[in-house]
Structure formats: C-alpha cells, structure tokens
Design a protein around this ligand. Structure first.
Ligand code: ZN
Length: 238
C-alpha cells in the first residue's frame, strides 16, 4: 500500500489574508485572555451556551456577530441555507442532526433558533434550479431539502419573478426548518414538555431588521426593527 501525501501549500507570512486574520486573533487574545478577564477560566471547564443557532454559511450572517455574543454564548451550526433535514435515523452522516442531538440532549439548551436571511445564495440556487449543473456536485441535492418550501411559494405566488420567489422561499424555509425540528422525537417531547422553545428568525440584510416568525399569525414580524423605519408584518402564508 502506498500513501500519497499532499503537502498543504504554505502561505507566505506576509500573505494579506493571513495577516488580517492573525492580527484579529491577537486582538481576540488581548480581549479574552487579559488577566482581568476571567471568561475562559470558566470556559475551560465546559460550555453552557444560551442557545443553539442554526444559520447559513453566508459570511454576512454570523450569528455571534449579529447578536454581539461572547465566546461560549451560542452553540452554532452553519450550513448552506440554514437547513434542518428531517429526522432520519438511518446510520448516515447527519451533521446537523448530530449537533442538534448534542445541544438538546447533552448541553440541554432551552432555545433553538433558526436564523434565515435575505439574499441567500443557497435559496437562490434552489429557486433557479438547484445550482450549476455543469460544476456543482453537492449544492443541488443539499438545497433540495427546502424543496417543499419552494413548492409552497409557487402555489401561493404563481407567476412571480425569481427575486420574489427567492425572498418568499427564504421565509418559508425558516418555517420548514422549524417543522423539520419537530420530526426529531426528543425535540418534540422537549417542546411539548416545555423544556425547549423553537424560534424562527430572519435577518433582512437589506433593511437591517431582524424578523421573527409568529406561528399564530403565520407571518414574520420585526423582532428588532430598524430604528428609523416602520414596517408591516411580512406574510409567508401559503
Ligand atoms: Zn444563505
């Protein structure tokens, strides 16, 4: 048996991206490993996060940055289009399900937040046909998890343009992820026993608002509105 060792290309120490990131890490060290800052004294013992957040990979929608949280505050799962595949105990490699299981069963978080967002490339791929067929291997099958959300949108908005379909699908997709969370029996039981709450959020990076799904009204409403702009609830009825 022969082993092929592929050496990672070593970047030059003056590489601008590395310089930007390592200088950022130094600021992180200075802030959190300061002798007067005891946070990591306790974090070395373990984590006790406030909530699990399931968000998109998109670089513009980091939940920790958006909520001004500290290290240890949020247990975060990020994937393309903030999807939650439904419960499937088939022995497969289910990363989102594993993180959900750890957060709910071991960390015993009391809140799970789905954080969708505007201008989502993953949802755009779904709306436009599942990614670039000529180049992509994984995007199409992955975003197809949200196919039901797109079907709901197309039922409700026949003939709508792709931009409107995408916006509506981003919102519906948050609802779908909430529904899929409830297919996990230990999530369902925790919710029904009042030990766990599920929340659907949507960061509208066009307006700067954070919306929350209101299950009773089946609509999104501003959870944190823009300080200078009033908005009506955003319907996602299907
Ligand atoms: Zn996204």
């Amino acid at each position: 048996m022969s082993f092929h060792i592929i050496r990672a290309r070593r970047a030059h120490p003056q590489h601008p991206v590395l310089l930007r990131l390592t200088s950022g890490f130094r600021r992180f060290q200075y802030r959190w490993y300061h002798p007067d800052e005891p946070l990591f004294e306790s974090l070395r013992e373990g984590q006790n996060p406030l909530a699990l957040v399931i968000a998109c990979c998109d670089s513009r929608v980091d939940p920790v940055l958006l909520t001004d949280c500290r290290p240890g505050d949020l247990f975060v799962v990020r994937n393309v289009a903030n999807l939650v595949p439904p419960y499937a105990p088939d022995g497969g490699r289910h990363g989102v399900s594993a993180a959900l299981e750890y957060a709910v069963k071991h960390l015993r978080v009391q809140d799970v937040i789905i954080m969708g967002h505007a201008c989502c490339g993953g949802i755009h791929a779904l709306v436009s046909g599942g990614g670039d067929e000529n180049r992509d291997e994984f995007i199409g099958p992955w975003v197809d998890v949200a196919r039901h959300a797109l079907e709901k949108v197309d039922e409700a908005m026949p003939g709508a343009c792709d931009a409107d379909r995408a916006r509506a699908c981003e919102l519906w997709n948050v609802r779908l992820s909430l529904d899929n969370l409830m297919t996990f029996p230990w999530v369902k039981s925790a919710v029904e026993e009042g030990r766990l709450s599920l929340h659907g959020w949507y960061f509208d990076l066009q307006s700067g608002e954070l919306l929350e799904y209101d299950a009773e009204r089946q609509a999104f409403r501003p959870l944190v509105g823009h300080p200078h702009v009033g908005r009506n609830p955003v319907s996602s009825r299907g």
